[in-house]
Each structure stands twice: as structure tokens, then as C-alpha cells.
Design a protein around this ligand. Structure first.
Ligand SMILES: *Cc1c(COP(=O)(O)O)cnc(C)c1O
Ligand SMILES: [Zn+2]
Length: 542
């Protein structure tokens, strides 16, 4: 029989876990930790080996007493995807997406819902109230339906109506509150109290932290039982990273991994209580009364005690905090989809925009292992991202003979063979980067791309067929970029070709001088988005 202790980090109180308490009976702290008898789980790796993938293969480390009470839809066990193209774009070799989109309702809240609803079932609860900015309610609704639990979901302003409709579809009672998320939580709690209904404390519940930590177990397992250097997530309540850090701490206590990753948190400009506090070095966040972000998922104005716990974790294991605007997020949504085929919801795009900034600031280094928590309900917001002009109509009835085909880039390119083709020579020894660059140009149409893998080959190819533009790396075998540029500048046929240098190298003053006046643009890898690069190149060619 497994024994779980409830523990208060604030005052040190502990007792046997009977049911999820709302607060510490001694000091009143409202976030408690579940502690397990880890000494009995030293064989964890062998214990789980034969079990099916999913969160419950770690049930010894989850807060339910009887596995009969598990309510599952196959949550957890999501893939860890190597984001090669995005990694090449940012100069990160080991960028991974923990693809939580592949959960039953499309976000990592499926983990929370499965554990929370299982706990409710074990407690014999038949009706519950939850306040949510969308994803929690969607996930809880699915699992509550399955468990035969009647659910009430309270929503603040700005939750996309498509998300609310999805909740209603599962049979949940929907209450829309005109107010902020923090106000909505209060009203939901009062309603539950008046009606004598169980109020789910959301991210403050034991179920939340315990479920989130299973992401850590899975990440470690997928990395051959190692911890990454970074775990990056968009935060609202903050429980995702707190749970993940706890998961790695447990694996460390079991002697399975050697460390806990540093935690990168990102918030939407318009609601940055935690990012501001962290960057000011405060252990307590100042609440944001009226969040102005339209991204409801990230609109917790008052993170309360959760931020202090997060602060402790980030102090201990290292951290970084950044923010991005809603507009940057929509831009990044497009980049993620087009570069690596990953379509995400805005909250995730905010997080990735923040990750880009962390790389640019040099906080995240190119050889570090970075895991990015990726969720996505894209559909409720895709209209904001694509606008109205995402498809072309072909009306066959009015043009029965030759319907004009939609002009994709490719067709345009084919139709314009007479027009001068713009030849681009890419000199780059990193295969991934070269492939990514070629793809950017080829997908634009109108470009002919030649790739050379070092300076010598680059020079030969430039002499064979004069390109209109050369994009060159600096550090390459045989002949480096500096030498290549010097050779190009002494050749009267080649000296006028514009050159863009694209490199991960930090230049010394001498190296800068060597390039001065000879190149047209210098781009640091990891400090550009492909759209920006395109823009520069287009300007140079026109
Ligand atoms: C819930 C949610 C968040 C915020 O999570 P916390 O860890 O509670 O701060 C961020 N992104 C998505 C997609 C979410 O569903
Ligand atoms: Zn206490």
C-alpha cells in the first residue's frame, strides 16, 4: 500500500495524505506538496519498462490510492520532437518540442484533468465547479463526462467562443463572467460554496502539480534518462514548470538523473506579473489588476503563492524570463507552422517568441538541450492569424473552359521562366542550415539556389555561374568565409556581387575589420527570423 505525505514548504508541516486539503492547517499556505516513499521506488526504470505509454504508468508517484479509480483517455506519453528546422534557424542543435498538442483535448491540461477527475472519483464527488481560461475546462469536461461527474465551468472575458462551445459540447454547464480571470475564480468559488458543490482549486490542487511533473519523467525517459538544460513554457498560473521541476527533483532523489533543468518562463505583454517580478529580482509578484492581452490562456493577473515557489525553483536551478506581444505571437505562429509543421495556439507562440529572445540575449546557448512545452488549440484563433486571404476561389461555372488555376509560388515560378531568375549561392557547411535556407528561397519562388559546403567550392561555383547574391557562413573547412570574401573581391567578374554573411560566430574587432566595406549585411545566426532575412534580401536585390 503506497503512503503519501502532504507537506507544507512554508512551515514544514507534514501529515499522511487522506484527501486534498485546501490549505496547511498550521500556517494556511494554499499550495501543498505530495511526497512519496521514494526509497521503495529505486527500481522505477524497470518497474515501468513493460507498461504502456501514458501518464499512469507512473501511478506509484501519483496521488490516488486505488488504480480502479483512474479516469483515462490515453493522456501523457506525448512525443518529444526534435525541431530541426527551427533549431537551425535559431542556431540551437538540440531543440525539442514536448508535443502536448497530441493529448486527448490538445493541451497539457489533459494530464491535470485525468489526475484531478480520478481524485474526484476516488472521493466519490459527483458534481464540481472549475474556473478556467479555456484549456482546463475543455480537458476537465471530457474527463468529467467520462466519469459521470457533472461539471460547471466559469469563464472570464476574452476566452474564444469556440473553446467555450467545445466545453458545452461535453455537457458542461457554462457560466460566462464579465471580468478578469482572478475575479472569475472568486465568483466560481462563492457559487460552489453556496451550492455545496466541490470546488476544484485548479492549478493550486495537488492533482495539478502532480500531473505536470509527469512531463519531466517522460522528457527524461526520451532523453535516455537525462535532464535537459532548459524547460521553456508560457506561464499563467506557473504550475507547469513548478510541477516539471518537482518531477526532476524526484528523479534526482531516485538517482536517475543528475540535475534539474533551468526554467524559462514567458508571458504575454499585457500580463507579466511573474516575468516582471523575476527580472526585478523579487520573490513576490505584484498582481496585474487588468490584464490587457487578448490571449486568455495567459491572463492570470495574480499568481499568488505559485510565483514564490517558481522563484525558489528558478533561484535554485537557474532561470530566464521574457515576454512577447500578441502580435509577435501571431507572427511566430506562422513561423512554427511553416518551418517545422507545428501549428500551435497563441499561448504557445508567445512562449516560442520568448525563447527566441532568450537565444538572442545569449541566455540559452547553441549546444544546450532545450525542451519547449508545446500546446495547441489552433482553430479558435486561426482567423486572427491568417486573415481572410488564405485561399483562392476558382469558380468553374463562370469560366467553364479554362478555369484560372490558383497561382501558387511554384506555378508563378514556372510561368515566369522568361523573367530573369535570381540565382542565389549559399556557402554553408552545416547541412541543416543550408537546407533551411534553400527551402526559404525555394518556397518564395523565383530563386535558383546553389549550395556549396566550403569556401573553395563556393568560389568555384561562383566562377562557373555568376550568382546574383551570395550568402556565406564564416567558419568552414578548407577555405573559410573570410578567405572566400577576399577572393571574391579581387575577381573583377565577381567583386560586385552582394554578400550576406550569416554566422553563429562572435566577431573579434580584427575580424570585423576584415569584413568591413566588403559585405552588404551581417546576420548573426540565432538572431534572425526567416521573414526578416527575406526582407533584407529582397531589399538588396531590388
Ligand atoms: C495552461 C496553459 C499555460 C499556462 O500554464 P501554467 O503552467 O499554469 O502557467 C500555458 N500554455 C498553455 C497552452 C496552457 O494550456
Ligand atoms: Zn504550513
Amino acid at each position: 500500500m503506497k503512503k503519501i505525505q502532504l507537506h507544507c514548504k512554508n512551515c514544514g508541516w507534514s501529515d499522511n495524505y487522506q484527501e486534498p486539503l485546501k490549505r496547511c492547517p498550521v500556517c494556511g499556505d494554499d499550495i501543498l506538496y505530495a511526497l512519496y516513499e521514494l526509497e521503495n521506488l529505486r527500481n522505477l526504470k524497470t518497474l515501468i519498462r513493460e507498461r504502456k505509454p501514458g501518464l499512469w504508468r507512473y501511478h506509484e508517484l501519483l496521488p490516488i490510492k486505488n488504480v480502479e479509480n483512474i479516469v483515462t483517455l490515453g493522456e501523457g506519453g506525448t512525443p518529444l520532437i526534435h525541431a530541426k528546422n527551427l533549431g537551425a534557424m535559431l542556431g540551437l542543435k538540440h531543440l525539442y518540442f514536448k508535443d502536448e498538442r497530441q493529448g486527448p483535448t490538445g493541451s497539457f491540461k489533459d494530464r491535470q484533468a485525468s489526475v484531478a477527475i480520478s481524485v474526484m472519483k476516488e472521493l466519490g464527488i459527483q458534481e464540481a465547479v472549475v474556473a478556467s481560461t479555456g484549456n482546463v475546462a475543455i480537458a476537465y469536461s471530457a474527463y468529467a463526462a467520462r466519469a459521470g461527474i457533472k461539471l460547471w465551468a466559469f469563464f472570464p472575458d476574452r476566452v474564444p467562443s469556440d473553446k467555450i462551445r467545445e466545453v458545452a459540447l461535453y455537457g458542461t454547464e457554462v457560466v460566462n463572467v464579465t471580468g478578469t480571470y482572478d475575479q472569475t475564480k472568486e465568483i466560481a468559488q462563492r457559487f460552489a460554496q453556496q451550492q455545496g458543490i466541490y470546488y476544484d482549486r485548479g492549478i493550486k490542487s495537488i492533482a495539478a502539480m502532480e500531473s505536470m511533473k509527469t512531463m519531466a519523467y517522460e522528457i527524461a525517459e526520451d532523453l535516455d534518462w537525462r535532464a535537459p538544460d532548459w524547460f521553456i513554457q508560457g506561464v499563467s498560473g506557473g504550475m507547469g514548470p513548478i510541477g516539471v521541476a518537482k518531477g526532476f527533483e524526484e528523479l534526482m532523489a531516485l538517482g536517475i538523473v543528475e540535475r534539474v533543468p533551468s526554467i524559462g518562463i514567458v508571458q504575454s505583454v499585457g500580463c507579466t506579473p511573474m516575468v516582471d517580478a523575476y527580472n526585478n529580482g523579487w520573490s513576490v509578484a505584484v498582481p496585474v489588476e487588468n490584464p490587457t492581452t487578448i490571449i486568455a490562456t495567459l491572463s492570470t493577473g495574480n499568481p499568488g503563492r505559485a510565483y514564490q515557489l517558481l522563484w525558489d525553483v528558478m533561484q535554485q536551478y537557474g532561470g530566464a524570463a521574457d515576454s512577447a506581444t500578441d502580435e509577435e505571437a501571431f507572427e511566430v505562429t506562422r513561423i512554427l507552422a511553416r518551418t517545422d509543421g507545428i501549428s500551435v495556439e497563441p499561448a504557445t507562440a508567445v512562449a516560442f517568441a520568448g525563447l527566441i529572445k532568450m537565444v538572442r540575449r545569449g541566455v540559452i546557448k547553441s549546444d544546450q538541450v532545450v525542451v519547449f512545452n508545446c500546446s495547441g488549440h489552433t482553430f479558435p484563433v486561426e482567423k486572427d492569424i491568417l486573415g481572410q486571404e488564405w485561399a483562392r476561389e476558382v469558380d468553374i461555372s463562370t469560366a467553364p473552359t479554362t478555369p484560372s488555376l490558383p497561382t501558387s509560388h511554384l506555378l508563378t515560378a514556372v510561368q515566369e521562366v522568361d523573367a530573369p531568375v535570381r540565382r542565389i549561392l549559399i556557402v554553408e557547411d552545416n547541412e541543416d542550415s543550408a537546407r533551411l535556407l534553400s527551402r526559404i528561397f525555394l518556397s518564395q519562388g523565383g530563386y535558383e539556389v546553389t549550395v556549396a559546403t566550403n569556401g573553395r567550392e563556393g568560389l568555384e561555383k561562383a566562377q562557373e555561374a555568376t550568382p546574383d547574391l551570395i550568402i556565406s557562413d564564416l567558419m568552414m573547412p578548407e577555405m573559410d568565409g573570410f578567405q572566400l570574401i577576399e577572393n571574391l573581391k579581387t575577381d573583377k567578374n565577381l567583386r560586385n556581387i552582394p554578400i550576406i554573411v550569416l554566422t553563429a560566430k562572435e566577431l573579434t574587432p580584427t575580424e570585423r575589420n576584415r569584413l568591413a566595406g566588403r559585405i552588404d549585411s551581417f546576420l548573426q545566426k540565432g538572431s534572425f527570423l526567416n521573414e526578416e532575412l527575406m526582407q533584407q534580401i529582397l531589399e538588396m536585390l531590388n
